[in-house]
Design a protein around this ligand. Structure first.
Ligand SMILES: [Zn+2]
Length: 608
């Protein structure tokens, strides 16, 4: 059997096999059992937490003919059809790619027809927040009066972008991040089943990077297996996730706590050089500092207790304030990272800042230990005082943890606010239109980017030539002067070096006069994006741009014409004798020239 990605292979097929969302799966199971199913559900939560899986299981259960205690049987014909994606009554729509009003209108029109195979027609709309305002309105109409046999399951990673009018008409379920322990357990279970060896440390790193998302966790495993084949190793996990080794982070944190700027900087640089990212180092430092705090000062158990004994011993006497400062500063640095391309700078500033504080913090340390020694000298007071001290410390730790959580939340809220603003702005129709256009633009740009790698590929040019039409080329040539007038100065310069030379219904080959420019233009996504957008705007048609350097173009064109000629020759050979063929050479050339003229206009000069 062909290799199947772990994520796909181990996708849950029953509610009980969905990890970490027990509250939700139990409620859904009960609804199915009791037959009290609402018409619209909204599954919200971070990526990879089981929303789509649950939607699929739910859809399957709704039409299963042999329910097993609220679970789909996975054996009846409806279940099997659903597993193969062949269930006619279940429609899956990815709003990220189908954001148009038309698709939703189509739903509205078809929704009234009864299901063909099962009891319910189920519409799963993934990434529903990506729908355009018009599409939302069309959806709303359907949600207002849904036919009896219809169930909508909307899924989103960005609830704040879904209009309140939609949210209020749905039964909402909030999917939460899957805990590290649950992620680790699931990964280990799968690897055991697959008979793949692993190091516990490697699994812990992957769970940390996956940040509550099962899909990410399994896809990292897949990546690792694609080059390790039969084992999951710690070093490889670090390399692929861009994480710094735990013991290295411990060393960095120690250097910070000991205010050894030089050591902190050089250790960090070494990790960056090894492939760790600034973001991950900061994340890990926060994690480690928080764990250290909880473990040592409050004598509690953190979820992730990997602190080495040696490390614990060295940080025993560090005052609480130091941790708090490190955590706060690291959070600030993380925030700063989002606004700079120089990822190393916020990290370095953080290191220097935290290793070079005023004396205030230092004076607290000896004072604190002095209190302790006084207490030791006075055995009568000792137990009570210590108890008070521990209680105070515990309280402080709780406060600190809350502060960290709030800091993290604040970062989220900030982005939430931006999204809210986005929403308000989009509410006016004109802007909504712009938003839709922007999404289109993004899509086009993404396409440009994705296809970038193959740009130089002559095969691609060849493909366009095979489907080329004179009309399409003419359409683009016609709007060329229009483009001149709408593009900025620097972009206009590009038009001077580019020339559309062939076009099919959805692609256009542009010859680039200079090789140097070809490289520059090929790697400039924005420029190509703008050009693609403008061509689409003026021709009312989407063309993907295929760039080709002047020199290559001549070769490809010649090859194409030659092969076309060979084809004509071959066809003629099949029906004509050699003698006749001799006479028809002239016709043959005529035909090739005609074809060439069709494609490239008049400027054709074929040499034998
Ligand atoms: Zn079934």
């Amino acid at each position: 059997m062909a290799y199947q990605a772990l994520y796909r292979k181990w996708r849950p097929r029953t509610f009980d096999s969905v990890v970490g969302q027990e509250d939700i799966t139990n409620t859904l199971k009960n609804a199915i059992k009791r037959g009290t199913v609402s018409h619209a559900f909204l599954f919200a939560g971070p990526r990879g937490t089981g929303k789509t899986s649950c939607a699929k299981i739910f859809a399957k259960a709704l039409n299963c003919t042999n329910l097993q205690d609220g679970e789909p049987c996975n054996q009846c014909s409806n279940c099997l059809a659903a597993d193969e994606g062949a269930m006619a009554d279940t429609m899956e729509i990815d709003a990220a790619s189908n954001n148009g009003v038309d698709e939703i209108r189509e739903i509205r029109d078809k929704v009234k027809y009864a299901p063909t195979q099962g009891k319910y027609k189920v519409y799963i709309i993934d990434e529903v927040h990506m729908l355009s305002m018009g599409a939302f309105n069309a959806l709303l109409k359907t949600l207002e009066e849904p036919p009896e046999h219809v169930v909508f399951i909307l899924a989103t990673t960005e609830l704040q972008k879904v209009p309140a009018t939609i949210i209020s008409r749905t039964q909402r379920y909030n999917f939460k991040r899957i805990s590290q322990t649950a992620l680790e357990q699931r990964m280990k279970y799968i690897l055991d089943q697959e008979k793949i060896k692993y190091q516990d440390k490697a699994i812990a790193v992957i769970a940390q990077v996956a940040d509550g998302g099962m899909r990410d966790a399994l896809s990292i495993l897949d990546q690792l297996l694609s080059y390790e084949k039969d084992s999951i190793e710690y070093d490889a996990a670090l390399e692929i996730t861009g994480f710094a080794a735990k013991e290295k982070v411990e060393q960095i944190l120690l250097a910070i706590l000991q205010k050894d700027a030089a050591a902190a900087l050089s250790l960090t640089k070494a990790e960056l050089k090894n492939g760790a990212s600034s973001k991950n180092i900061l994340d890990e430092l926060i994690d480690l500092a928080t764990n250290a705090l909880i473990t040592i000062k409050a004598d509690g158990q953190s979820e992730h207790n990997f602190l080495s004994a040696d490390f614990v011993k060295q940080i025993e006497n560090v005052p609480l304030e130091r941790y708090f400062k490190v955590i706060t500063a690291a959070n600030t640095a993380l925030n700063d990272l989002r606004f700079t391309n120089q990822q190393q700078i916020p990290l370095e500033v953080f290191l220097i800042e935290t290793t070079n504080e005023d004396q205030a913090a230092e004076t607290t340390a000896p004072a604190a230990s002095a209190t302790v020694s006084e207490n030791v000298a006075d055995p009568v007071k000792r137990p009570d005082d210590l108890k008070t001290e521990v209680t105070a410390l515990k309280k402080q730790v709780v406060e600190l943890t809350e502060q960290v959580a709030q800091l993290k939340k604040r970062q989220l809220t900030n982005s939430d606010q931006i999204f809210h603003l986005d929403n308000e702005v989009a509410a006016t129709t004109t802007t909504a239109k712009k938003t839709a256009e922007a999404t289109q633009t993004k899509k086009r740009r993404k396409k440009v980017k994705n296809d970038q790698a193959g740009k130089q590929n002559r095969k691609q040019v060849y493909h366009v030539l095979e489907n080329a039409t004179k009309q399409d080329l003419q359409a683009i040539k016609d709007v060329w002067p229009d483009l001149q007038s709408v593009l900025g100065v620097s972009q206009r310069a590009l038009l001077d070096v580019l020339e559309p030379v062939a076009a099919s219904q959805d692609q256009v080959v542009m010859k680039c006069k200079y090789t140097l420019w070809f490289e520059k233009a090929s790697s400039d996504d924005d420029l190509l994006g703008i050009l693609t957008d403008q061509i689409a705007k003026f021709t009312q048609h989407d063309y993907e741009i295929v760039l080709v350097p002047d020199s290559d173009w001549l070769t490809v064109r010649k090859e194409f014409l030659q092969s076309h000629r060979d084809e004509v020759l071959k066809r003629q050979k099949e029906v004509k004798s050699d003698e006749e063929l001799e006479n028809s050479t002239a016709d043959q050339n005529q035909e090739v020239i005609k074809k060439a003229q069709d494609l490239f206009g008049d400027a054709v000069n074929i040499k034998d």
